[in-house]
Design a protein around this ligand. Structure first.
Ligand code: PLP
Length: 375
């Protein structure tokens, strides 16, 4: 059997990784400033992570959600502590799209309504419910047509107000739009969304799948705006490579048995991975590192002549050049052995390094970047 050919591949096969470094099968070393779309939060193969996951698999890796699992309770407690969402409850699942599906479902269950408001160019995943709130016609199948989704331009307060009515189940927005090219909802936009949701009895959903887990210098990107959504979704960096995701749910939403469910969500191995990530983020003060080195990297980028704009926060950075960056990224990868990312906006180079990246590693990137730009 062949693989279903949906991913364009670089001819590189990493076989070993540690921290922000990768090695291919020939022993060539690479600097990873992308972490597979913000997945690598605490660094590849962190010793605490390796220890917790391997110890757990030797005891028990999985059993169903029909039995007690104290690792899930420990994870809920620690998630509450690190985020400040002590009074919310946690639903565990496996991917970002699944977390958003459940968030949209909860909004609909709670309000009895089906209309969702989302933001233009948003990306919330590739499953049916989440894809309906994803602004990318290429991946919307005909069966998604039944979902009612209204898109409003990012940070357009008037359009947001006009889109709201008492028929709206929920409003969903990314903490920072990742795939689109690092566009951030303004504090005003988020505050307006919060008050409109309250006025119309709708549920306010923050998709922190990519921007969460401390990447922006706070546990969630929306915490810079000092607002509290009703639902927050988290995935990618939560498991540092182990597929685990979750939904933070406000106490105003009442659960009932059977309301949500998933086979793999919150299995023992997933919990061990997620607990290791939280432990390392706290012990190594990685949110502070994300803030400090994010500021450093953004400052360095803003001093480069060809960079038109630097967007993002912490270690979720987009540098918009005055030309498409595909060739530049290839040069960085094949000549300088540095992984970077792209975005839907073709002039934007995306940096999503591990939160433990060092100044020396960033300087290695800036040296290579300047060399290429000055050729
Ligand atoms: N939400 C956001 C903001 C994302 O960036 C992504 C993936 O890129 C998703 C949801 C979907 O996550 P997953 O691919 O784990 O389903």
């Amino acid at each position: 059997m062949e693989l279903f050919d949906v991913y364009p591949l670089y001819p590189i096969e990493p076989v070993k990784a540690l921290g922000s470094k990768l090695w291919d099968k020939n022993g060539t070393e690479y600097l990873d400033l992308y972490g597979g779309h913000a997945v690598i939060s605490i660094g590849h193969s962190h010793p605490t992570y390796v220890e917790r996951v391997t110890t757990q698999i030797q005891k028990i890796g999985f059993y169903s959600n029909a039995v007690e699992n104290s690792l899930q309770k420990e994870l809920a407690l620690k998630m509450g502590q690190i985020s400040g969402y002590y009074d919310y409850s946690l639903f565990l699942c496996s991917t970002g799209a699944e977390a958003n599906e459940n968030a949209l479902k909860l909004a609909s269950f709670h309000t009895g309504r089906k209309k969702i408001i989302a933001v233009e160019n948003a990306f919330h995943g590739r499953t049916s419910g989440a894809v309906a709130a994803t602004h990318n016609p290429k991946i919307i199948a005909p069966f998604n047509a039944d979902h009612e989704v209204a898109f409003v331009p990012m940070n357009d307060l008037e359009a947001l107000e006009l889109a709201f009515s008492d028929e709206v189940a929920g409003f969903i927005v990314e903490g920072i739009q990742g795939v689109a090219g690092l566009y951030t909802p303004s504090n005003q936009f988020l505050k307006k969304a919060k008050s409109l949701c309250e006025a119309h009895g709708a549920i306010f959903i923050l998709d922190e799948v990519q921007s969460g887990s401390g990447r922006t210098g706070k546990f969630f990107a929306h915490q810079h705006a000092n607002i509290r959504p009703d639902i927050v979704t988290l995935a990618k960096g939560m498991g540092n490579g182990f597929p685990v995701a979750c939904v933070f749910i406000s106490p105003k939403i009442e659960p009932w048995h059977g309301m949500l469910g998933t086979t793999f969500g919150g299995n023992h191995l997933a919990c061990a991975a997620a607990l290791a990530v939280l432990e390392v983020i706290s012990k190594e003060e990685l949110m502070k590192n994300a803030k400090d080195l994010g500021e450093y990297a953004m400052q360095q980028l803003s001093e480069i002549e060809q960079v038109k704009e630097v967007r993002g926060k912490g270690l979720m950075i987009g540098a918009e050049f005055d030309f498409p960056v595909a060739e530049l990224r290839k040069k960085l990868l094949f000549e300088h052995k540095i992984f970077t990312g792209s975005a839907a906006n073709k002039n934007t180079l995306r940096l999503l390094p591990s939160l433990s990246v060092t100044k020396e590693e960033l300087d290695q990137f800036f040296k290579a970047l300047k060399k290429e730009l000055n050729k």
